[in-house]
Write a protein that binds this ligand. Structure first.
Ligand code: NAD
Length: 469
């Protein structure tokens, strides 16, 4: 059956300037079948051979750097972050290759419960892992699960977002330049239907995206009895305790709120500050926000790009309208602006907010920093935990110990102490997503790799089997 072409909008112009044809269900199934078939050889080749191929892939990505970064820059309307995504992808592949040998040794020991038993384990990778990625960091979030899965010995099929599919073309060239990898690894652009069709074809699904879609993916995965690793949205709080360095707190909060135009799951989207520090912190945030510049008209300049997905700008505008209608005050910035067809949202600071406002409860996904006063630490913790999400957050305090004591009371999987958004800077710390922010093992830290193995127990009887009669 002929599949309809998908039109893709350029975020800087608002115009459709790219089109692709998703695979038919049969084509997708056929490619999944090929990858699955080749996986046995990839697994049998052993860890050292797989890591050697992955290192060549890192080099291939760097060789395709100009083409991938150029395509990503059109997909996302920004160049600096596109270049950063590529550089950190290559580094991350090498980091996993360095780290993997130490963490894939299956445990072996003698039983304490039955002393004659030797307990061994075999680590059995899933044959085919599906990866469904979002539009906000198209390359990084396609590779974050794919790389450890491949190193574990799985085959991987990525379905990137239909909003940002251009990078997949040069990315595929990089895969193809490493023949043993191209037998077990592919990326196929497609829309929602392709994502839904992928789930029954794989043995585990890694999904990064919204809560609404994550719920559908989780249900589909349950129907097919496959594990779903769901990395979903967030509404990250920052709590600023009395005695915190407000200069540093405002730097960390602003960077985390506005980085990637706020289009990051781990962006700070709510700030709680003690009433005695409120005005000073707001002044600092406003003063610094006014210095944040659009990357328009020069894509190589500035700090804030256009919204990658135009409809997200409508959501941001709606959250601001709702907040203002309920008494919020916009201290700087404001709603989206149309510049040359792109939808740009300025760094925006909002005060007089409360939890009746969508701006404080729903994911806004823009460079907006709402600031709310609290009177006691108890109240601050309660406000930070008043959310369906639990991705990450931040606490600023006089000392790391003070910050940690409060961070331990916040229901989120990754807390930055005296900074914000640190789970984006390093993938070394294991973290789970709490609440509606996701399910499944940690994608960070060593578990990011070991979650792609099923453990098989091999129980050896050194004595004689017990007799029934
Ligand atoms: P989205 O949920 O709209 O789409 C994500 C992907 O799912 C896309 O590739 C899409 O084609 C696919 N899809 C849509 N319907 C599907 C279905 N029924 N079955 C299978 N696949 C389907 O998300 P988005 O708007 O692209 O991304 C933004 C969201 O991602 C935000 O909520 C953000 O917080 C979240 N996110 C989370 C993390 C994290 O690590 N927790 C990281 C980045 C982004």
């Amino acid at each position: 059956m002929q599949v309809a072409a998908v039109d893709v909008v350029n975020p800087r112009t608002g115009q459709v300037d790219y089109r692709f044809i998703p695979p038919s269900a049969d084509q997708l199934a056929a490619r999944a079948g090929e990858l699955r078939k080749a996986q046995a050889g990839w697994r049998a080749a052993g860890l050292a051979a797989r890591c050697a191929a992955m290192r060549r892939f890192a080099t291939a990505l760097e060789s395709q750097r100009d083409a991938i970064v150029a395509a990503l820059a059109i997909d996302t309307g920004r160049t600096h972050i596109a270049a950063g995504e590529l550089a950190s992808a290559a580094n991350n592949i090498r980091r996993w290759c360095d780290r993997a040998p130490a963490i894939v040794e299956p445990p072996q020991f003698d039983s304490k419960m039955v002393p004659s038993l030797t307990i061994g384990h075999q680590l059995v990778p899933y044959s085919l892992v599906g990866v469904i990625s979002p539009w906000n960091f198209p390359l990084a979030l396609s590779l974050i699960d794919a790389v450890p899965a491949l190193i574990a010995g799985c085959a991987v099929l990525i379905k990137p977002s239909e909003v940002t599919p251009r990078f997949a073309v040069p990315f595929r060239e990089a895969i193809r330049s490493v023949p043993e990898l191209s037998a077990v690894f592919d990326i196929i652009a497609g829309g929602r239907d392709t994502g839904a069709q992928l789930i029954p074809l794989v043995d585990a699904i890694c999904f990064t995206g919204s809560v609404a879609t994550g719920r559908k993916v989780g249900v589909a995965a349950a129907e097919h009895f496959i594990p779903a690793f769901l990395e979903l949205g967030g509404k990250d709080p920052a709590v600023v305790l009395p005695g915190a360095d407000l200069e540093q707190a405002s730097d960390g909060i602003l960077r985390s709120s506005c980085l990637a135009t706020g289009q990051a799951c781990l962006a700070i989207e709510r700030v709680y500050v003690h009433e005695s520090d409120h005005d000073r912190l707001v002044d600092l945030l406003v003063e610094k926000s006014k210095r944040v510049r659009f990357n328009h008209p020069d894509i190589d300049s500035g700090d804030i790009g256009p919204m990658i997905f135009g409809r997200q700008a409508d959501i941001i505008d709606a959250h601001l309208d709702d907040a203002v209608a309920r008494g919020a005050v916009i201290r700087c910035g404001g709603k989206s602006q149309n510049l040359g067809g792109g939808r740009y949202v300025p760094a925006t600071v909002v005060t007089n907010v409360n939890h009746d406002m969508k701006l404080m409860t729903d994911e806004t996904f823009g460079p907006i920093t709402p600031v709310m006063k609290y009177r006691s630490v108890e109240e601050a913790v309660a406000l930070a935990n008043d959310t369906i999400y639990g991705l990450s957050g931040a606490v600023f305090a006089r000392t790391l110990e003070e910050a940690r004591a409060v961070a331990e009371r916040i229901n989120a999987g990754g807390m930055s102490l005296n900074d914000a958004g640190l789970t984006r800077e390093t993938y070394e710390a294991e973290k789970h997503s709490f609440g509606c922010s996701g399910t499944g093992g940690s994608r960070h830290g060593d578990a990011g790799l070991t979650r792609f193995f099923r453990k098989k127990a091999l129980l050896g009887q050194r004595g004689a089997p017990a007799r029934l009669v």
